[in-house]
Design a protein around this ligand. Structure first.
Ligand code: NDP
Length: 280
């Protein structure tokens, strides 16, 4: 029921209709008995800044931000967390009553929580990690891995210049490699993360020599459609522990819920099952 005290939050993206965030947040709100609502916003391609500035003052408590507005979200904010600044993008904006906009990035939190849940024996500090891809998701992942204590991150990308730009932006622990040199990095990594869009919608897996990885190396795919991607299937056939993209997606929502509604999401809601139902 919407009342005179309902707290409003939402998600901004273009397109936004496919977003799972309203499903997750509204299920949590209902289970927690919080007087709040979570709605989608889809500004036109140039309308993000106007929308965000229009929300200054806190009539809407906050928004998640998704493709293609994550960089614009960081730019419009007055203050940003270290995670958002390092990732160069924000997926959470909170609108303070005094007019300021605070930015955060919880994608990295989601990534690391997904590892903690599905590969609990893996430790970020144990050794190098390989990230495949050099787009926005890869940058967020590398930033989170560095902030969590990864000693070294190899970034392997089809377009080497993009991997080099990412490495230059994030410092000496990040090393860019062309696709042809992936085997050496993979064989020395404790985890391999697919942050390319290859495999999306059941397409071809990224062409990485997973057979060169160590038996205990964790293989993660950010793509979650399908849930078991060709990349994860290959890793499973090799007997490697795996982490799926849906767990990351679900986990990144947790800190945003708390930022908007002032309480952690209730544990009893099986949001993973809800998300799976919706994806089906
Ligand atoms: P971008 O478009 O910014 O980057 C795409 C990356 O994929 C580039 O590095 C590109 O390489 C690479 N790429 C695309 N096709 C291929 C291919 N066939 N072989 C090798 N590399 C390829 O996308 P994002 O970084 O925003 O997103 C990447 C993926 O991560 C998407 O599938 C997205 O859905 C997923 N994602 C999942 C999240 C989750 O919570 N699970 C969160 C965020 C993203 P090049 O530079 O050479 O073009």
């Amino acid at each position: 029921m919407i009342t005179g005290k309902t707290v409003v939050a939402g998600v901004v993206g273009r397109p936004v209709a496919h977003s799972l965030s309203p499903i997750l947040h509204n299920a949590w709100l209902a289970a927690a008995g919080i007087d709040g609502v979570y709605v989608p916003f889809a500004p036109d391609a140039h309308g993000f800044e106007r929308l965000a500035n229009g929300l200054r003052g806190g009539a809407v408590r906050g928004v998640n931000v998704t493709v293609p507005f994550k960089e614009a979200a960081l730019a419009v904010a007055d203050r940003a967390s270290e995670a958002a600044r390092t990732a160069g993008a924000a997926n959470v904006l909170v609108f303070e009553a005094d007019g300021r906009i605070l930015a955060d990035n919880t994608d990295g939190y989601g990534l690391l929580r997904a590892f903690a849940v599905q590969a609990p024996r893996w430790d970020v500090g144990l050794g190098p990690v390989t990230v495949l891809g050099a787009g926005g998701a890869a940058r967020g992942a590398v930033a989170a891995l560095l902030l969590a204590g990864a000693p070294k991150v190899w970034v392997v990308n089809r377009t080497l210049a993009k991997a080099e730009a990412l490495a230059a932006a994030l410092g000496p622990k990040v090393v860019a490699l062309p696709w042809g040199h992936a085997a050496g990095a993979l064989s020395a990594s404790t985890a391999v993360i697919n942050a390319t869009s290859a495999g999306l919608g059941g397409g071809e897996a990224p062409d990485a020599p997973l057979e060169t990885t160590q038996p205990q190396a964790v293989v993660m795919d950010m793509v979650y459609k399908p849930l078991v991607t060709p990349f994860l299937r290959r890793a499973m056939e090799l007997g490697r522990p795996v982490v799926d993209g849906l767990e990351m997606l679900v986990r990144q929502a947790e800190p945003s819920f708390e930022a908007f509604f002032g309480a952690p999401p209730p544990a009893e809601v099986d949001v993973r099952a809800l998300a799976l139902e919706h994806l089906a």
